[in-house]
Every structure is written in structure tokens, then in C-alpha cells.
Design a protein around this ligand. Sequence first.
Ligand code: ACO
Length: 428
Amino acid sequence: MSQQVKIQLDGQDVELPLIEGSEGEKALDVSKLRAQSGYITYDGGFGNTGACQSGITFVQGEKGILRHRGYSIEGLCEHASFLEVAYLLIYGELPTQSELTAFMDEITQHTLIHEDLRRIYDALPKDAHPMAILSSVVCCLSTFYQDSLDYSNPDHVRLSIIRLLAKLPTIAAFTYKKSIGQPLIYPRNDLSYTANFLNMMFALPTESYHVDPDISEALDQLLILHGDHEQNCSTSTVRMVGSSHANLFASVSAGICALWGPLHGGANQAVLEMLQAIHEDGDDVEKYVNLAKDKTSDFRLMGFGHRVYKNFDPRAQIIKSSVDKVLNKLGVKDPLLGIARKLEEIALNDEYFSQRKLYPNVDFYSGIIYRALGFPSDMFTVLFSIGRLPGWIAQWKEMMEDQSRIARPRQIYTGSTERDYVPIDQRS
Ligand code: ACO
């Protein structure tokens, strides 16, 4: 018998079951509340709402803990590859060597996109934001790969997963090449997942391009850091869309749109633009910290603050420690790094930020590495999408296997009560 909590509403006792997660998170199960009492719960922004039960990712914001399937993000970053973490997220266990080899081989065999799909790029404006293209082309996968769209068929789901993981880097790199007017570079199956992506991004048909293994490893680590983050805005979107039994391509396409926003994944681009603006304005960091504190301005320090992390973001700490390594390796001296460090120091010692528990998040330093690697800032959120893809897939798959109901929140209606129709000639 599960534990119950008794609350009183309008003098009537209502019993609500208590749920406790494996890491001690407690929740009141309100799923029968309306039927029992006529009341619904209200939680704008969903800060107190558990929308699902999930065994994929554990985040403890106060202590800065992030674990996937029980494994710490620090350990995964140190020992695993991105595709190994992808396998873990999607299938629940770390793969054996033969499972990983088969998974990687299959992904490698699906990196090309259909030639007709490639032609869609010609119809889109050259200066389109890459996230718009990414989302559109991912949704179009459902038109070219109609043989794997049945959410209830495990073979279809498995094939869609492989196709998405294999094709997203190709779709992303083609987006970039198109935007700068260079010929598309096709995937190379002799390279690793990340090295192949770097090659498609930066190689030219006219000269040889060498992918530095240290750089490929640094990018691999950045992708791992973005792998999953439980019920954030884009993941909730993927679940919400998928709950209507929309196929995986359509659901992920919607997730890409949600990630694009500057309050979510788009923050990594916004951070770089903010640092650039501060630099061009004479490096006056304090001016911008004061602006972020000024309630009459809507300026925020991009890359600061997080809905869940209220102490530190463990992903930001890992990225921060690899910034120097990558920049030194590449021989890059970036004035924006100095500004970022100063900004962080001033903000962390300022009451406004400490009282509100605002700390650098995953996006604060990632853009500086991406820039050093040669990515333009509007591709940053695309990189985030490639990293987050295994998480979206894992969450979509878990939801489908749970046989959840369609996601359909309620509302508190605050509009006009019933009134009579007014003919147009009698309206004031
Ligand atoms: N700069 C200045 N003030 C901030 C910032 C910031 N970056 N973030 C929050 N605050 C202030 C708010 O103004 C508010 O102040 P108040 O209590 O005086 O009104 C208080 O801190 C709480 O802020 P909320 O917006 O209620 O916090 P919420 O949890 O809803 O938002 C969010 C979290 C969206 C990340 C927010 O901190 C933010 O906008 N940060 C900048 C954008 C960013 O970096 N996004 C990336 C997030 S990580 C990711 O998606 C991968």
C-alpha cells in the first residue's frame, strides 16, 4: 500500500498518494485530484511539476550532481566516447565492446542523406538560421524514410534511431557549407563520429584536411556534456509531441525548435554575442553586470542562471577546465575569454547573483571553445542539438514504452464569462 497524504479542500478530505524516486525525490501524485475534488494544480513554468517518471538522467541542482543511468557526468566525460554515452542513454546500459562496435558500424553505414533531401537546401535562403534548416530537414526525414515511422514497431524505432544519429551531423555540416557557398563535403566512413563531422564542416575538395585527434576528442567531450538533461524545455517538447504518437523525426524536429530559443540552447550563441558586444564597447564588464542587475532593463547575463542548478553547473565546470587546453593546443588567444573570466569573477562576488543563486551554466564557456574550433556563432546551438540528440531519443523511447497518455495540460481560464454576440454595426 503506497503512502498517502491527506489534504483538506472545501472542508472535504482528499487523499493523495506519495511517490518517491530512487534518489529520494518526493512527489504528490495529483493525477486523481480533479476527479476527487474538482480542483486542479497550478504551476506556471512547471517548476514544481513532475511530468513523468524517468530512469534516464538524475540531476540534483543544489549539489550540482548530474548522472546518466547512475553514471556521473565527470566519469563519463573522462572515460567514454559520445556514441558510448548515446548507447547508454538510449538502451539503459553501457555497451559491451561488440555491442558498441555494431552500433557504431551501423551508424557509419547511414551517414549519407537521400540526394533529393540534399536538394531541399537549394530552396532555402542562404542566410537562414541553421537551427531553422536543421529542424526542417530533420522533419523532412519522415518523408524520405517512411519505412521506419511506426512508433509501436521496435524494428522501425531502432532504424529511425540509427538514421537520426547518423544523419544529424551530415545535415548540420551541409547547412554550414551551404551558408558559406562551399561545396558539400560528403561523410567519410573511415573517420570517427566527431572527426567525420569536423571533416564535413571544414574540409575542401581542393586540399587535404587533417582532423587533429585532440580537437576531435575535445568536441566529443562537449557533445557528451550536452547528452541529456532530464525534463528541460526541448526534451519536454519532444515528449509532448511524441505523446500524440508523432514519429521520432517529427518529435525531434520540434525539440530542435524549442532548443533554438535564447533562454535555452540558443544561449550559447547569445553568450558569444554578448561577450563580443562588451569587447566592442571597450571591455567595460562592470557596466554590463550593472545592466543585468537593473530591473528597468531586460538585459540578462547570458550563460548565467539555471532553473535546476542552484549552486554550480557541473557541465560548466568541466568545460571551464578544458578551455585553456583547447585554446593552447590551437594556439588561439581570444580576448573574449578574458572578458568571460572577469564577468564570472565580478558576478560571483556580487550579492545580486549570489542571492538569486545565479552561476555560469553549460553555455557560458562552450561558445569560446566552439569559436576556437572555427565554428561560427550561429552554429553553436546546432552543436548543442547534435549533443542532445541521444537524450531526446532516449526520452521519446522511454515515453513510448511507458504507454503514457497524450500530454494535455489544463488551464485556469481568466477570460470573459459568457456574453451575447454583438452584430458588427452595434459594436463601439
Ligand atoms: N542575469 C540577470 N538576472 C537573472 C539571470 C541572468 N542571467 N537569470 C535569472 N535572473 C534573475 C531574474 O531576473 C529573477 O530576478 P528577480 O527574482 O529579482 O525577479 C531571478 O534571477 C530568477 O530568475 P527566473 O527567470 O525566475 O529564473 P528561471 O529559473 O525561470 O530561469 C534561466 C532560468 C532561463 C536559465 C535564466 O536564469 C536565464 O534567463 N538565464 C540566461 C539565459 C541562459 O543562460 N540560458 C541557458 C540555460 S542552460 C540551458 O538551457 C542549456
